[in-house]
Every structure is written in structure tokens, then in C-alpha cells.
Design a binder for this molecule. Sequence first.
Ligand SMILES: CC(C)(COP(=O)(O)OP(=O)(O)OC[C@H]1O[C@@H](n2cnc3c(N)ncnc32)[C@H](O)[C@@H]1OP(=O)(O)O)[C@@H](O)C(=O)NCCC(=O)NCCS
Length: 218
Amino acid sequence: MRLRWLLVRDQAGAELERWLTPAELAEGGRYRHPGRRRQWLLGRVAAKRLAGESLGGPAAVRVRRGPQGAPWLADPDGRPQPLALSLAHADGLALAVTAPGAATRLGADLERVEPRGAAFLEDHYTPEERRWLDGLAPAERPLAACVAWAVKEAVLKALGVGLGAPADSVSVGPCALAPSGEFQPVPVRLAGEDAVHAAWRLAPGGEFVLALARLAPA
Ligand SMILES: CC(C)(COP(=O)(O)OP(=O)(O)OC[C@H]1O[C@@H](n2cnc3c(N)ncnc32)[C@H](O)[C@@H]1OP(=O)(O)O)[C@@H](O)C(=O)NCCC(=O)NCCS
């Protein structure tokens, strides 16, 4: 299945206004925290630019939010578009990922590569993941922990639950960690019967991990 992705960097307000309707700008205005407001708006810009490439331009695309917060694509009259969407943001970046089929279960995440403390690993990582991390050279652990976390979040978004489900219900890795400009597959074990296709790569610049996950049709 063809997944498409787009990473958008923070930009001046005028650039946001170029892509978003007055109603979308007003909707973003409901976030009081300026950083969260910009993230929300930037996510909409990424989604409209990317989905617009498949759906006849950004003006044909609206981003709606499901009951648990998952985004989905509509036309300007509110009818579902035949494309699945997932969004993530971190610092001044927003990641949008699309795949054909409104019902495709798709997730994406974006995480800065940084060390994660022992208590965080203990609380959120599975024993298998911790064994993988413990077996790595110390210099490799921050990237591996970041890949595991980003892929977990992408899977939990594909399930539509986010961190409403325990993070250790998904077990990620082990996988090769050589940085590459391409998405690399990573094994995922998920309680239940869903088969998961997941992959990660570094964003240009190497500071962030991008993760994608798609659940196989039931
Ligand atoms: C999904 C979740 C893990 C994202 O957390 P995060 O690391 O802070 O944020 P990210 O940048 O990675 O992702 C944010 C995007 O995930 C998407 N998202 C939110 N909830 C989602 C869900 N249940 N399923 C799939 N995607 C979801 C949204 O598009 C959101 O961006 P937006 O609010 O600008 O549209 C977290 O929001 C969560 O656990 N939500 C579900 C539980 C919850 O709080 N539910 C209450 C909803 S009313």
C-alpha cells in the first residue's frame, strides 16, 4: 500500500493563512497555549498540503477529528474523503501521513532523539524492549528508545486509542539502527490478532525519528 508523508517546518503566520481557511484559523484559535495553537495549525497545513496532492488541491480538504481525537479527511461539505490520515507534531515540526482508503488504520509519530530515564523505560517499555536496549552500546540506546517509543505511538494511533491504551501493550524491535534516508521496517508485537507493518527513519538533520504504522485489514 502506498503511504505518503510530508514533514512541515514552522513558518510565519502569513504562510499558515495561505493554506488554511478563516474557519480553520479560527478553530486553531481555541487553543489558548500559543505553542499548542501553532502545532495544531501546522498539522492542518501538513495534512492539507499532502492530502491535497491526491484529492485535487488543499482547498478540497478538511481535517476532522473523531471521538477519540483521531484525524480524518472530509471534503468541504463534510463528506469523507477516500484517504486515511495520521498526524504528529514535535517542537516546530508537523508530520502528516496518508494512505488510500478512509478505513485504512494508519498511525504516525515524530519524536526528538534524546535520552529517556530509567523510570520512563520501566513504566512504558516491555521486558523484551528493555532487554533489547540493555544489550546495546550506551551510545545507541537513545536512538533505540526513541524508535521504540515513536513506533509504539504510531501503532496506538493506528488503533485509534493513543495513550488511552497502555504503552506496553505494544512491543517494538529489535531492529537495525544504522541511520538511513529511507524508512526501515521494524518488527512489532501487539496483543490480539492485528498484524502491524511499521517503519522508522531519521528526519533530515537527524534530530527526530519519524515512525509509521499500518494495521493489516482484519
Ligand atoms: C494520540 C496521543 C498519543 C498523541 O500524543 P502527543 O504525543 O501529545 O501528540 P502527537 O504530536 O504525537 O500527536 C498528536 C496528534 O495525534 C492525533 N490523535 C489524537 N488522538 C488520537 C487517537 N486517539 N488516535 C489517532 N490519532 C490521534 C491528532 O491528530 C493529534 O494532533 P491534533 O490534535 O493537532 O489533530 C495522545 O493525544 C492520546 O493518547 N490521545 C488519546 C487519549 C485521549 O487523551 N483521549 C481524549 C480525547 S478527547
